[in-house]
Design a protein around this ligand. Structure first.
Ligand SMILES: Nc1ncnc2c1ncn2[C@@H]1O[C@H](COP(=O)(O)OP(=O)(O)O)[C@@H](O)[C@H]1O
Ligand SMILES: [Mg+2]
Length: 330
């Protein structure tokens, strides 16, 4: 097959003025694109780089690809930015890997996602949404304490810093006000779940299967550990990863049940990565799902997880591609 690769590189996306310092955090590097290209070629396909934005539009019209392997994050700070490329591909009737525009749009919005999964019985931290319209009437004292404060439609830990964990109403108010101003979107105030952090990889469709349940463990024991931007940028020095996470069998079974439920409720396809925090009583709390999980060959959680269970980069990418192609045959 002739397979196109769609992606947005950090180098080719312009950060607007007055953007936060982490504005380009979600975008990819040529290292990821080259690794993906090699992995897809190893399956016997030819690969053309389509890029993103206008370059993608020009190339997808001229290249006549049979299929697109999509990792495009989309442009702008729109909550449906990840749906941009899949929507164009649907318009052109070109099949592609991963979730569809509807799923990608919902999953980037943590508020909508939490509503859907909680309706299906998946535990998620209690939350409120604060936007510019209601910020003046918030009863700060009624919010959970300690709380975790984050922008509602970001990923890659954008807007998540060491000060996202807040302990009193005044601190909540000042962090919320700061985030509203910096990120131009509503802010989620969640109950803070102290406890083991895990991230779960899922690959396949009918049925989807777990890649693993990976624990993210701070090197320095810290009850207030947050997998923040600062930590993700220096993960090699600050965290250890273990797969499977060192948890009780019953807890691991519950994480598996909730991860697969989440994947199915949100109608993900081919692959995803889902984050949970496990409270002291062993309840896995759903934090968020990444239907377009990062695929960097060194630093992405899903790839680190795959390597810990003995799966190579090419092996994992191959299984995502196989899942997509099999789905399209049905
Ligand atoms: N309610 C919460 N309780 C405890 N920690 C949280 C909570 N929400 C987020 N975190 C911490 O912040 C990190 C990033 O949050 P997450 O919702 O996964 O956003 P992102 O899309 O940026 O990855 C999590 O991995 C976790 O360490
Ligand atoms: Mg996350």
């Amino acid at each position: 097959m002739k397979i196109g690769l769609s992606y947005d590189l950090k180098d080719s996306v312009a950060a607007g003025q007055e953007q936060p310092e982490d504005a380009l955090e979600e975008y990819d590097s040529m290292e990821t694109v080259d690794a993906l290209k090699a992995a897809i070629e190893a399956k016997g396909h030819s690969v053309v780089k389509l890029g993103g934005g206008r370059e993608f539009l020009r190339r997808v019209l001229s290249e006549e690809v049979d299929f697109v392997f999509n990792i495009s994050e989309g442009l702008g700070s729109y909550r449906s930015r990840e749906a941009q490329v899949p929507s164009v591909l649907e318009m052109l009737n070109i099949p592609y890997s991963g979730a569809d525009p509807q799923c990608l749009s919902v999953c980037l919005d943590k508020h909508l996602t939490k509503k859907l999964v909680s309706l299906e019985g998946v535990p998620t931290p209690r939350w409120s949404v604060i936007d510019r319209a209601n910020v003046k009437s918030v009863d700060w004292v009624s919010l959970p304490s300690p709380a975790f404060v984050k922008p509602v439609w970001e990923g890659s830990s954008k807007g998540i810093r060491l000060n996202s964990l807040v302990r009193d109403p005044r601190q909540i108010q000042s962090t919320v006000t700061h985030l509203l101003k910096q990120y131009h979107q509503p802010v989620l105030v969640e109950e803070y779940i102290s406890g083991q952090e895990v991230t779960v990889g899922v690959v396949g469709n009918s049925p989807p299967r777990l890649v693993g349940i990976m624990g993210v463990v701070p090197r320095q024991k810290d009850a207030d550990f947050v997998y923040s931007l600062e930590v993700k940028r220096d993960y090699e020095n600050l965290v250890d990863y273990e797969c499977p996470a060192k948890l009780d069998k019953v807890v691991l079974n519950n994480i598996e049940k909730y991860a697969l439920k989440t994947f199915q409720v949100l109608e993900c396809r081919d692959f995803s990565r889902i984050d949970f925090r496990i409270s002291a009583d062993g309840t896995p709390y759903f934090l968020e799902i990444n239907p377009l999980a990062g695929l960097n060959p060194r630093s992405s959680d899903l790839i680190i997880m795959a390597k810990l269970i003995g799966l190579t980069y090419n092996g994992l990418i191959g299984s995502i591609l196989d899942a997509a192609l099999k789905r399209l045959e049905q």
